[in-house]
Write a protein that binds this ligand. Structure first.
Ligand code: AMP
Length: 384
């Protein structure tokens, strides 16, 4: 089969105006493309670096049609965009990844069903509509467990931990009447993720799996590669390639995984877009996750996702980290990124910093903390 690559100067439409769109647009510009952002915010991080902007609600069908007419291919950077809107767009111009993949990733039940059907382990789970369902699910899955809304959750929002049977009714009351899912709590040794790009011709490239450490439910640090045994990194890679292949993905996908205390990988979520845990690839790889995403959706050749350095990425969150910006800029070796957000609200991702190490020499926790100074790293695990 022959596929035509998008020619230079073609226009890529990006639905969503956040930092993932901004960094995708910067990668697209380097490859000679223009980007047109569709987002409801007037001064979004992505619109600031794009050639054109449609300022409209995601449900505005006329605006969606005008946007489709103005672009050559469409992608999205934001998962909570409406799948119906993307379907409307898909009838007019190619949407990559396809809306069917977005639908799976938007619903935790569809997501877990897909993963299990593909033979990929997840935490045990059950759909919960009523309080009686919840008690039956607890009887089957056991405690502790996590009750989550099936849709629109992110950064720990829309979920409640249930440790004791007495907590069940309160957790249900806090989240109902939304459709819910109960998941067994994975007592993980670490959290990790793998990012895969897959082209129109089925070529797939997986970046090395990384370890992700969270603070207040928000990604804080990513260590690339994950400091795990080589066999586990390979298993994560295989899971990534399998998910991308089974979805017939065109574009980029991140799979978030837990490494449990028995050394098994358990899938948690998929995100069919560039991912916060892949920002380190901008400096540490010949083609970053953003470039791979653009190459995949534009029908360009996909190089292997090689890495020429080890890396640690730290998010800059809220006013505390933003206040350190001048000190970060004054520190040699910190690759600094700001997303152009006007207001540094608590918990808001404002930018990130990446620091590189020669390949194979990722240091331990104290070395990482030292390399990231002036940023303050939470006490390494196990420290007093
Ligand atoms: P999620 O919204 O599913 O990505 O969950 C956000 C975070 O909550 C994850 O990164 C984990 O730290 C934690 N978490 C979610 N689900 C589970 C689970 N089933 N077991 C243990 N931790 C979980």
């Amino acid at each position: 089969m022959t596929h035509f690559a998008l020619p230079p100067n073609a226009v890529i439409g990006i639905v969503g105006g956040g930092q993932l769109g901004r960094m995708s647009a910067l990668a697209a510009a380097r490859l000679g493309y223009r980007c047109h952002v569709f987002s409801p915010e007037p001064d979004s991080p992505a619109a600031q670096v794009c050639a054109a902007h449609t300022l409209a609600d995601y449900e505005d069908r006329d605006a969606l049609r005008r946007f489709a007419a103005a672009v050559d291919v469409i992608t999205f950077e934001f998962e909570n965009v409406s799948a119906e809107g993307l379907e409307l767009l898909d009838a007019l111009k190619p949407v990559r990844p396809g809306p069917a993949i977005l639908r799976i990733s938007q619903d935790r039940i569809a997501e877990k069903s897909f993963l299990n059907a593909a033979g990929i382990a997840t935490a045990p789970w059950a759909a919960v509509q009523t309080e009686a369902d919840l008690h039956a699910a607890i009887a089957r899955i056991g405690l502790p467990a996590v009750l989550k809304t099936t849709r629109l959750g992110y950064d720990g929002k829309g979920q409640m931990m249930i440790r004791r049977a007495e907590d069940a009714a309160g957790a249900f009351a806090a989240l109902a009447p939304k459709p819910l899912i109960l998941e067994g709590f994975v007592d993980f040794a670490a959290e990790c993720s793998v990012i895969v790009a897959r082209g129109i011709d089925g070529t797939a490239s997986a970046f090395d799996a990384v370890e992700n450490r969270h603070r207040d439910h928000i990604l804080d640090l990513t260590l690339a590669p994950a400091p795990f045994a080589p066999g586990i990194l390979e298993q994560a890679r295989q899971i990534g390639l399998q998910v991308a292949g089974q979805l017939d993905l065109v574009g980029l996908i991140a799979i978030e995984l837990f490494l449990d205390k028995d050394g098994r990988l358990v899938a948690n979520e998929i995100a069919p877009r560039p991912h916060n845990s892949g920002h380190w690839t901008i400096e540490a790889c010949p083609a970053s996750q953003f470039e791979m995403h653009i190459r995949a959706i534009a029908g360009l050749a996909l190089p292997p996702a090689t890495r020429h350095a080890d890396a640690v990425m730290k998010n800059l969150v809220g006013p505390e980290d933003t206040a350190l910006w001048p000190a970060i800029l004054a520190t040699p070796g910190l690759c600094a990124h700001l997303y152009g957000k006007a207001e540094a609200r608590p918990g808001r991702k404002m930018g990130h910093v990446t620091t590189l190490f020669p390949k194979g020499s990722l240091p331990g926790d104290f070395g990482i903390a030292d390399a990231l100074r002036p940023l303050v790293i939470e006490a390494p695990r196990g420290a007093a």
